[in-house]
Design a protein around this ligand. Structure first.
Ligand code: ADP
Ligand code: ASP
Ligand code: MG
Length: 417
């Protein structure tokens, strides 16, 4: 290869390092880049299924495992893969060294299970790169000021990779995974989904935050903030993948760029609540302090000075939220507390929505035509989300994908007209 030497951070996900053969294949890919003269830093996930297995082990030992200990447990999966890949690289004649988060000073904020990266000291990494060594770093983990291990939230090794790329000023951060790019919808549930050549940070951040797990939301946030060129690629085959860009180079944006979904949702309704100032804070305050993250919120003014209050939380917070709210219900003298943990959220995202009216109506009509009842709606400038019964999730995603013709390549003339 004659291209100039570049510094590339490559992250490989669980499936890509899921077996001895796959780890050997990753080593071959790294060897190819090194042989072409590039400086490479590798970030790895645990083997596929491993973090789930560890999480289940923890929950079998304790119904509410201590956050600190859960993070020690969960972060162990990555320790295995970084050692294995480094061994494979060394056998192929590449100087490589495995590192855990604290060995390359990935400083996190101390929030167990959902920590944020505060800083990375790059001395060790730049020293290695100058000496021709390939660092192989455990993703998903860091260490806080008190020396505790922290994990970054599920899927968080994408964020480790982008943070390292930002700290090193790398030429590109490549997220290598089991799909060959970002698609208009999860290709595992929409057959006709199309790979996007590029997508803006803004749209990707919405898609990731709304459930598209191809990228961890904070990795996109980081890449946008620190202007890290970010690409999603296949670990198994060559191809351009999808580039996450600041602006699309096409003349006009399609109205909708992609569909996201989140399966792990639940909704809670407190009805017959006295409709007086401060009631929203009395209901949501204790939830926020738990801390439980609240997503959509709807308040309906009812009759006789009473109101109904509905909001959604992550499904694994559902039981806890109901327990907290039962006490609040009694204090407020509200009539009823009910919930449903079999719901899902489907969202359509596109910066082109800013300049087009009627997108929401098209979505609602398309869902109605399939007899899918919408339970809640939330909109922003570039997204529309609806809550539906979980059993209609896949149908709703396909239906939205068809309605906005996302499987069809938009040709330049159509964009210009
Ligand atoms: P890794 O283990 O490599 O981090 P993930 O499972 O976290 O991989 O993310 C890749 C998966 O994301 C794909 O297998 C795919 O099912 C899913 N996915 C969801 N939405 C999309 C999308 N819009 N484009 C591509 N993949 C998507
Ligand atoms: N191994 C972690 C997880 O499964 C981190 C990651 O894969 O990004 O969530
Ligand atoms: Mg992932």
């Amino acid at each position: 290869m004659t291209s100039p030497a570049r510094t590339i951070v490559q992250k490989y996900g669980g499936t890509s390092v899921g077996s001895v053969e796959r780890i050997q294949a990753v080593a071959e890919r790294v060897l190819a880049l090194r042989s072409a003269g590039h400086r490479v830093v590798v970030v790895l996930s645990a083997m596929s299924g491993e973090t789930n297995r560890l999480e289940e082990l923890g929950r079998n030992i304790s119904p509410r495992p201590a956050g600190r200990e859960m993070d020690v447990l969960l972060s162990s999966g990555e320790q295995v893969t970084v050692a294995l890949l480094s061994m494979a690289l060394i056998d192929k004649g590449i100087q490589a060294r495995s590192y855990l988060g604290d060995q390359v000073c990935i400083r996190t904020d101390g929030n167990f299970g959902r920590a944020r990266i505060e800083s990375i000291d790059t001395d060790q990494l730049t020293g290695d790169l100058e000496a021709g060594i390939t660092p192989v770093i455990a993703g998903f983990q860091g260490v806080d000021r008190d020396g505790n291990l922290n994990t970054l939230g599920r899927g968080g090794s994408d964020t480790t990779a982008v943070a390292i790329a930002a700290a090193l000023g790398a030429d590109e951060c490549q997220i290598c995974t089991d799909v060959d790019g970002v698609y208009t919808a999860d290709p595992r549930i929409v057959d006709g989904a199309r790979r996007l050549e590029q997508i803006t940070f803004e749209e990707m951040l919405e898609l990731a935050s709304l459930g598209s797990k191809v990228l961890h939301p904070r990795s996109v946030e980081f890449a946008g903030k620190y202007k890290v060129p970010l690409r999603v690629l296949s670990s198994f085959e060559e191809g351009p993948g999808t580039l996450i860009t600041i602006e699309k180079t096409t003349m006009e944006q399609p109205i909708v760029s992609g569909i996201a979904y989140a399966r792990d949702e639940a909704k809670i309704t407190m009805s017959g609540v006295p409709d007086v100032p401060g009631v929203a804070s009395k209901i949501l305050g204790p939830i926020g302090s738990a801390p439980i993250e609240v997503d959509m919120i709807v308040q309906n003014t009812g009759a006789d000075g009473l109101t109904d209050f509905t909001f959604t939380v992550k499904r694994n917070d559902y039981e806890n939220a109901l327990t907290i709210l039962e006490k609040v219900r009694e204090q407020l003298g509200a009539r009823d507390l009910s919930g449903d943990n079999k719901i899902a959220k489907v969202s359509v995202v596109g910066v082109g929505m800013r300049s087009h009216a009627g997108v929401a109506t098209r979505l609602f009509d398309a869902l109605a035509a399939e007899n899918i009842n919408i339970q809640m709606i939330a909109t922003s400038e570039i997204k529309i989300s609806v809550v539906v019964n979980e059993k209609y999730l896949e149908l709703a995603v396909r239906c939205a994908h068809d309605e906005f013709d996302l499987g069809t390549e938009v040709v330049e003339e159509e964009r210009i007209s």
